[in-house]
Design a protein around this ligand. Sequence first.
Ligand code: BES
Ligand code: ZN
Length: 968
Amino acid sequence: MKTTSGGYVVSKCRALLLLFAFIGSLIAVGVLVYFLADRPYPAAALTNGNGAAASASSSSGSGKKDQPHDMASNKNVRLPRAVLPIHYDVRLFPVLEKGNFSILGHVSIDIQCKMETDRIVLHSADIVVDPKSVKVFEQGKPGKTLMVASDGIHYDTDMEFLVIRLCPKHKDKLAKGANYTLSMNYVGNLTDQLRGLYRSTYKEDGVEKYIAVSQMEPTDARRAFPCFDEPNMKATFTVTLGRHRDMIALSNMPLINTTQMESMEGFYWDHFAPSVPMSTYLVAFVVANFTQVEADVGNATWKFNIYARPSARNQAQYASEIGPKIQAFFEDYFQIPFPLPKQDMIAIPDFAAGAMENWGLITYRETALLYDEKKSSVSNKERVCEVVAHELAHQWFGNLVTMDWWTDLWLNEGFASYAEYLGSQHVEPGLKWLQQFVTRDLQDVMSLDALESSHPISVVVHHPNEINEIFDRISYGKGATIIRMLAAFLGEKTFRQGLTNYLKSRQYGNAVQDDLWDALTKQAKVNKVSLPTGVKQIMDTWTLKMGFPVVTVTREYENSSVSLSQERFLMQRSNASSQDKTVYLWWVPLTYTTDFQTVGSTWLADGQTGKKHELSIPADKNQWVIFNVDQMGYYRINYDSKNWQMIGQQLMTNHSAISVINRAQIMDDSLNLAEAGLLDYETALNLTRYLEQETDYVPWDAALSSLGYISSMMSRTSGYGLLKKHFRTIITPLYNLVGFDQKVGEDLLMTKLRTNAVSWACSMGNKDCISRAVNSYAQWMADPENIDIISPNLKGTVTCTAIREGDEVEWEFALNRYMASNVASEQAVLLSSMSCSEKPWILAKMLEMSLNSTSGIRKQDAARVISQVAYNSLGRYMSFNFIRDKWTELRKVFPSTFSSMSGIIKAVATSFNTELELKELIQFREEKSEGLSGAERATQQSIDRAKNNLNWMRQNYQKVVDWLQRVY
Ligand code: BES
Ligand code: ZN
């Protein structure tokens, strides 16, 4: 019998024989057969050799072996520090054969004993160690092997610990101060779960191919090899990977030599250079038959390569151009050279996150690395640029200096999310990244952080579920925003120098947020930056408290002064907030201007004295004042009505007297203040009328997302017709200006503006837009291979509109193009446009396809499909029913540590605005409570959102309708 896999053909029997030869007496045949059958991992297989389920040697005690989620209540998930790792030798052979998917591994760890102990506790999950292979010997004394107790191998499945106990009879102990080597053989399962070392699949010329790839962050290195899987247990790594002759193997460091596998013809071991000291979550392995695109690095000291499936080779060009430029930019920015001899970036067909910053071997989803000159859009280019810059920033901030524990994750992700704008601006200035920051991060995260169920940026976390839960918008978007604010009030020079000092003094080590604040405070002193208090005191108010302030500016027109006050900005206040004892006052760096020529600044303090603040401003009583210049601060601003009116007049007469970013700020602040009941809708909606003259991207982006909220609230109400009319009125001049056709050589932001204008014009019922979209789609259907008919920048809207207006054939055509496409970003656009259908049965079909592994939709995209259907107002309820019905299956597709569940729940509930929907959502949380681990906070946030929405309908719906009736 022949099977084909990963580009080579072997007989199954022979392969099995070879495997046995390789692992020798590694493990009992029964267990191996179990693994090779590629089944989910049974708790019972983890026995201690006597048939009894393995239990913790000391720290377990919960007794609930098959309910790992319950462990969240058990806080003691940290490893003891009696021994620390110094160096790992990891040898892995991923078996890439259908029916035999497995990992055959050997690890040898040099450890240092810090405290006398008779046991070694390290991490391991879903791994079976050959008990006979476990060896411990003292370094420098290879003859002196310490005896491992006959029942000395324990698995604590709750804690994901492997405990190795020395023999009590021999009284063997590890002595304080001595170094030892621990080694063992093991087998693991090469699953399709997108974590640990897993397999990914793709087709090349109709043939199914398999690759092995790793995703360790945050806590899955322990699934690939037993290790001390905590970020501050850094060590060096020497990696060896086994592969077939047709494949290549990659790891963090460059290849040094290749040897043939003994008695395994056609198989080789690739040996990689020893790494620098690093955390386990940054280790990476790849075995694949991919092609390499070598980048031109100019006179850099390192090599830079991009890897992709052979048929996607031509899509690697863009990344190979910007990668080395951004890496060189960060070398200059941080004033520290990239320490490794090479950087590889690889596009993986199945990938859970967007990308992962493994040191020297960055892994990406295809949509985040590949770009097709003809088929990808400006947004796709922007995405690639952003993700590449983000991961490259981590090479310093995260990899060289790592957070001490996951509690400080925000520092890693927030910083990279800030620095990605600097790196991107360097290579794609046309996208005006520093303007876009405010809509993409600052304003975006404010909408989440205005909920009572938000959380402080710095959160104490223990269990892997809790750790996974904090990879959220707060860590990323708010993290980036407060770092940008910090850089602004310190000044660029002080910020950069302080950062370099921080990185240099902690390189190859770990840090907590206070270490960064210390370095910046010192540098601020050197540079004589005047601050009201220390950087730590200021920043603690932003990292330890959740939310952000709204600063109210009340002018006294006669004597040129203003009075300022701050309070927490909440979309809605419930009893919970009145019980919250936190003092919601911040150190607020305020800036203001009356002409965008001179900018004044002051601070609001975090104490009670900060509540009121008087300031005199050089403004004539007929002159507006604008606070939070270029929205560098993380707060909203409310004014008295006269100042709002003067701002409105300025926007109507000559909007360019106000900076682009502040125009975006005014749109976002005013509409959100209105939503929260702090400003009347009349004022906010009147301000939007200036948009008829607006031609800059960022203010439009801000306005459309805030107006999008009103639209989603009203889409199923009688007032929707009038609202659409208003939207058409403001969008049509823009639509007429930018047109349907792209101009040669135009600004990238102009292209993005067109994408938005066309999308809104079509969805708000602009007849010209709809008929053009429907016609172009019909032309495309008649000539499917012709890629010149629809610009990639309009393909989403055109397809969405034609499917919405059309029938089954239009949808089927998109599905066929989806299946035929070799470009992941084009596939993503088609898939989301397909959810625009207004046929319930088509939407039902899409929901079913999302979970069906043979439908052609990848596991990594399933959550997106369900979310997209939920964003369609017809599909909203269908998706909710779907997740309730298919709960058990969904949990299987998205294991507990996979955050997609949060995304789905949020997508479904984000526009719920009726009593019934809210009730059902609360009921859903109660029914599924134990299955929500990792998505609890997201569910609570969804409930909060639904409550806000309900309230919005009660308080504001009629007001908006009244305003529309008055205007139209
Ligand atoms: N370190 C993360 C990848 C990650 C995310 C690992 C979640 C484990 C859990 C990486 O640096 C990252 O943040 N990637 C982003 C892209 C970025 C541009 C915001 C992502 O995956 O979306
Ligand atoms: Zn990141």
